[in-house]
Design a protein around this ligand. Structure first.
Ligand code: NAP
Length: 537
């Protein structure tokens, strides 16, 4: 038995020690349950431990991207910047782990490889890559939505003679780009953050862009102390506002359609939202930006104008303007000096739409029209999102059914947190919940609290098994699809839809009804005695 494993039998196994896993462990302890957390990395922090590329930063403001369950911590913790950088979030999560003495129940460097449900005993057998199997009544996945890195599906990575790095698995030690020729594939949230930082150091940086992104500037800087004092004074109301909001950030809901205001007023309002340095402010400027193409176009054109204003070379500016999908339907990004970086002499933009990538070579990259030589290659090519980390484990439910088989046409869940045929398995921020369309800590706390309440209810009522019923699961899965179909999201080839992974079912994996509405639904279900779940002794 591993030195950190105290037993081979637990009430619950939690998979992952990021934002979700840490709070879940704390919650289980509060319920007096025995629990172990398995974490594949060598420290806690999850996404905020492994995504440590230069420039990595959250795009939700520090004061709101944090736990609300520990009111003392909320008052004590001092964020230093408007938007927290990766090292600061990792320090925060490490502090939470120490403050609540969580580490003693976390087994690091240990990846869960399988979880099999045994119908006879009603318990799960969870096996890890260190060869150990533990037995548990509950399995709670806290694996995150974006934790299975995806390489570009072009051949030749093994041939590359230089160093290469994926943004989602960045080494702990500093990578020195000084004097190096660097190539980067990918212009999503990660690419947009790393590009300006590498450009400052490298001899030359070549950016390979397949799809341009809408990037809102962060206007990041030291945190405003007046704002800190004000938020700390009013934290309860502010947290409540976030919980009831659309995206989990405390912003008042929009009131007007983009089409009911005159163009000058609308432009002025977009300018005001842009100056706030907050993507959510722009996205929620009007009620219909994500549901009406004409309304959306007004925001898209506003961003195009900003790009043309910042980027000096008109051809480069046009290449950077996203024109074939609506604003906000691929994850809109936030950057610091992103567009400005393309005014530098040591930065070249390659439009892969005009000159597609063919392969990675020993010296660099080969496109249809040319060869590019690099010392270092950066892959900012994203993740097999949402279902990727769950399906990377061999999870089997009743009658040995693999989750991968059940989800072969896309994820089927009830509330995004449970799966029919997989009793006592819970998926924090799983597919079918608001998850990545929420400020993550808000979505995570809501799921952990809800699961905690269910476990307490089961104990009170002498029940040992909770399982979503088939019909409720089907209805929920359909509702998630209907909601998505009512938005413009279906018009973009996004990772929300699985479109970034060849062969992945094209299914919108996120609940788009809004964080507040989702919470109300979950609460109503709980109040109705966990309607849609079969609870049994
Ligand atoms: P991503 O958004 O999926 O972006 C991947 C990029 O790589 C895209 O530009 C994609 O182009 C490109 N790409 C992938 N395969 C390619 C290929 N074979 N050839 C050429 N280009 C290829 O991934 P990400 O930037 O890592 O971000 C993922 C998510 O993580 C974000 O959307 C966000 O939710 C989260 N994140 C958040 C933050 C933050 O809070 N600030 C920071 C980083 C990440 P296509 O678009 O054409 O597929």
């Amino acid at each position: 038995m591993s030195t950190n494993l105290k037993s081979t039998t637990y009430d619950a196994v939690v998979i992952g020690a990021g934002f979700s896993g840490l709070y879940m462990l704390h919650k289980l302890r509060g319920l007096g349950m025995s629990a172990v957390v398995f974490e594949a990395a060598d420290d806690v922090g999850g996404t905020w431990y492994l995504n440590r590329y230069p420039g990595c930063r959250c795009d939700v403001e520090s004061m709101h991207y944090s736990y609300s369950f520990d009111e003392e911590l909320e008052q004590e913790w001092e964020w230093t910047e408007k938007y927290p950088a990766q090292p600061e979030i990792h320090a925060y999560l490490s502090h939470v782990a120490d403050r609540h003495d969580l580490r003693k129940d976390i087994v690091l460097n240990t990846r869960v490889t399988s979880a099999h449900y045994d119908e006879g005993s009603g318990r799960w057998a969870v096996t890890t890559d260190s060869g150990e199997t533990v037995d548990a009544q509950f399995v709670i996945s806290a694996v995150g939505c974006l934790s299975t890195p995806k390489a570009p599906e072009i051949p030749g990575l093994d041939d590359f003679a230089g160093d290469w790095y994926h943004t989602g698995e960045w080494p702990e030690e500093k990578v020195d780009f000084t004097g190096k020729r660097v190539g980067i594939i990918g212009t999503g949230s990660s690419g947009i953050q790393v590009i300006p930082e590498v450009a400052k150091e490298a001899a030359h940086l070549t950016v390979f862009q397949r799809t341009p992104n809408y990037t809102i500037p962060t206007f990041n800087g030291p945190i405003d102390q007046e704002l800190v004092a004000d938020v700390k004074k009013n934290y309860r109301e502010i947290r409540q506002m976030a919980k009831e909001s659309g995206f989990g950030v405390p912003l008042p809901p929009p009131e007007k359609s983009a089409l009911e205001v005159d163009p000058e007023e609308r432009y002025a309002y977009y300018s005001k939202m842009w100056a706030r340095g907050s993507v959510t402010s722009v996205l929620t400027a009007y009620t219909d930006l994500l549901v009406d193409q004409e309304a959306n176009d007004t925001a898209a054109h506003f961003v195009h104008d900003r790009i043309r204003e910042i980027v000096e070379d008109p051809e480069v500016a046009e290449t950077l303007c996203p024109k074939d999908y609506p604003f906000g339907t691929k994850r809109p990004t936030m950057g610091t000096d992103y567009y400005e970086t393309f005014n530098r002499d040591n930065v070249t933009l390659v439009d892969l739409r005009k000159d597609p990538l063919e392969r990675i070579t020993a010296d660099g990259l080969k496109t249809e029209q040319g060869e590019w030589e690099f010392d270092v290659l950066i892959l900012a090519t994203g993740f097999d999102a949402m279902t990727g980390p769950l399906l990377a484990m061999d999870i089997r439910g009743r009658a040995g059914q693999p989750l991968a088989e059940k989800w072969k046409d896309g994820p089927h869940t009830y509330l995004g947190l449970s799966v029919a045929g997989f009793p006592n398995l819970f998926t924090i921020t799983g597919p079918g919940s608001p998850s990545v369309l929420s400020n993550m800590p808000v979505a995570i706390e809501q799921h952990v609290d809800w699961i905690g309440d269910l476990l307490a209810y089961m104990r009170e009522h002498g029940q040992s098994t909770a399982e979503a019923d088939q019909q409720s699961e089907e209805e929920w899965t359909q509702l998630v699809a209907e909601y998505a179909n009512a938005t413009l999201h279906m018009k973009a080839n996004s990772w929300y839809l699985g479109a970034n992974v060849p062969g992945k079912p094209r299914v919108f994996m996120v609940y788009t009804g809004g964080v507040g509405v989702y919470r109300e639904t979950c609460d109503e279900i709980a109040e109705a005695g966990y309607k849609g779940f079969e609870l049994s002794a």
